[in-house]
Design a protein around this ligand. Structure first.
Ligand code: AG3
Length: 275
């Protein structure tokens, strides 16, 4: 089979991946879901034409969206992921022994079902006794949530069901759901190809969090390969050094203690982008 999957990332940029098979394809009530086998990155999950995750590079995204905020927090006990139905963020969060509850709030239950069925290495901890699954609208759910230490917005691009997850009122309601020392992280797209989204997320988070930082990671199957995450903290980020002890119950492949200390140092063009 000589078939190519193409993601139209912008009007003038496409990503092409050679695929050996389409494993599953379905229209859910929210989006078009495709699972395909790629030659270069292994099995891949696509929602509405946008690559969400591949078996070969998912570790970068899932480790960086979780360990950076969890180690920035002095005692992350209660954590929530909004989106992230594949379960990769939950798997990483549960490597922290001090986490007592990891809530997953996914609007599309069929993403969770597909992850369980086709991505066992990513979804494997969704049945952990510290994992709590809520198949519901994240915006509504966060409005009534209280007492969280860390909230992670693991969303798709800001179109369709995820649009409201990029809006300032959502960050405000996350700030209210967090404890006084709480931390938010949201995936904030590519500084090369989605500069206006990066700015939108940073300014939205700044409006509700006194401390706002951006950090980057290299994710080859996402637009431009350079991806950003925006962190908001209600208090100063004090270097309590928890990341220097070997506290994780399973190893990481991208995140390291040294990366934790250096990840907020940005390339100049990104510093200028966010002002
Ligand atoms: N969520 C971020 C995916 C955004 C990728 N965008 C794109 N390919 N146009 C990933 C979910 C993984 N848990």
């Amino acid at each position: 089979m000589n078939t190519w999957f193409t993601e139209q990332q912008t009007e003038s940029v496409r990503l092409g991946l050679k695929i050996s098979s389409i494993v599953w394809q379905q229209r859910t009530p929210f989006q078009e879901l495709v699972v395909a086998e790629t030659d270069a990155f292994g099995r891949m999950l696509v929602l509405d034409g946008a690559v969400q995750t591949t078996v070969a590079d998912e570790f970068v995204y899932h480790e960086m969206i979780t360990h950076v905020p969890l180690f920035a927090h002095p005692h992350p006990r209660k954590v929530a992921v909004i989106g992230g139905g594949d379960g990769g963020a939950i798997r990483e969060i549960l490597k922290h022994p001090e986490v007592e509850e990891a809530h997953l709030v996914e609007i599309d239950g069929q993403v969770i079902d597909a992850a369980r069925r086709f991505f066992p290495t990513i979804s494997r901890d969704l049945d952990d006794k510290r994992a709590f699954l809520h198949v519901t609208d994240g915006i509504e759910w966060v409005r009534q949530a209280r007492g969280f230490d860390v909230m992670i917005v693991d969303s798709t691009d800001p179109v369709g069901p995820a649009e409201g997850l990029f809006a300032p009122p959502f960050y405000r309601s996350i700030a209210e759901a967090l404890n006084p020392d709480g931390i938010l992280v949201a995936q904030s797209e590519s500084p090369f190809l989605n500069a206006s989204v990066v700015r939108r997320v940073v300014s939205g988070v700044r409006a509700s969090f006194p401390v706002t930082r951006l950090y980057l990671a290299a994710i080859p199957t996402y637009p431009s390969g350079l991806w950003s995450f925006t962190l908001g903290s209600k208090t100063a980020l004090n270097a309590h050094g928890r990341h220097q002890q070997e506290v994780l119950t399973a190893p990481t492949r991208y995140w390291t203690p040294a990366l934790q200390e250096s990840c907020f140092a940005l390339p100049r063009f990104v510093e200028e982008l966010i002002g």
